[in-house]
Design a protein around this ligand. Structure first.
Ligand code: SAH
Length: 239
């Protein structure tokens, strides 16, 4: 996969791209990630990327010209253009999975008040928010998307870092993990995990997943319940 990130602050991302799993994936050639400064796509001598909003109000708006120029320069036949904004649809594990099959992503990061609407309405394939909060600019949001998508590309995670059976992979949050020592300051590991009974362990983990999801994410729990064939029965049991 190839990824082009267009941002006012490319330097914000060079550190995260050069660590750990992403660094290794880039070295192996599994993902090629390039950072671009939005100002490099301006044509005026002041390298202007923003201007005041029509209609008044606070802040500045990203102008269409440099963003169109960037996308037209970087776009290939099979590119998908993503825009990062809190007013987009929620970026989820499901969206990440879909994007992991795309061969080229162009990710547009905003700043100030955000983008001129004509960018969103004509240039962009997907508009994503990474959560219900507002960041100072889109670089970190783009990093979240790129990190999440990259780890789903075959070969990026090693055996010891599996992307199956983790939070959201089956619609539930992941169960708790334990490692040695079995007794740490009097806190003991649940016995079932040391029993060697695979079926019992699987059952315990599933119950824990459900318990956690119900406690922390009632929205996911409701959706999961609806997908179960015995939905009514589960609900009656308070699952
Ligand atoms: N005025 C905008 C917020 C702009 S924040 C609004 O109210 O919707 C500045 C930039 O940061 C945005 O253009 C976007 O690129 C990025 N950003 C901030 N929060 C984000 C979020 N939750 N998800 C994705 N991008 C975000």
């Amino acid at each position: 996969m190839k990824v082009d990130i267009v941002t006012l602050f490319p330097e914000m991302l060079s550190g995260p791209l050069d660590e750990s799993i992403l660094k290794r994936a880039r070295e192996k050639g599994l993902v090629e990630i390039r950072l671009h400064g939005l100002r490099d796509f301006t044509r005026d001598k002041h390298k202007m990327v923003d201007d005041r909003p029509f209609g008044g109000g606070p802040g500045m708006v990203i102008k269409p010209e440099p963003v169109f120029e960037a996308v037209e320069t970087l776009r290939e036949n099979d590119s998908r253009v993503l825009m990062m904004t809190p007013s987009g649809k929620s970026f989820t594990q499901g969206e990440a999975r879909k994007l992991s099959f795309v061969s080229h992503l162009i990710v547009l990061c905003g700043n100030y008040e955000g983008f001129d609407e004509r960018i969103r309405s004509t240039l962009v394939d997907e508009v994503y928010s990474i959560g219900d909060y507002v960041l100072t600019n889109g670089a970190l949001a783009a990093m979240v998307v790129v990190d999440c998508v990259s780890r789903l590309i075959p070969g990026v995670l090693g055996d010891e870092e599996s992307a199956t059976d983790e939070s959201f992979s089956n619609g539930l949050l992941e169960y708790p993990h334990y490692t040695r020592p079995a007794d740490f300051r009097g806190m003991e590991v649940p016995e079932v995990l040391m029993s060697g009974h695979h079926a019992e362990i699987a059952k315990w983990r599933h119950e824990q997943s459900i318990e956690r999801t119900r406690a922390h994410r009632p929205d996911l729990m409701a959706r999961w319940n609806e997908k179960q064939p015995d939905f009514k029965q589960n609900r009656n049991q308070g699952v």
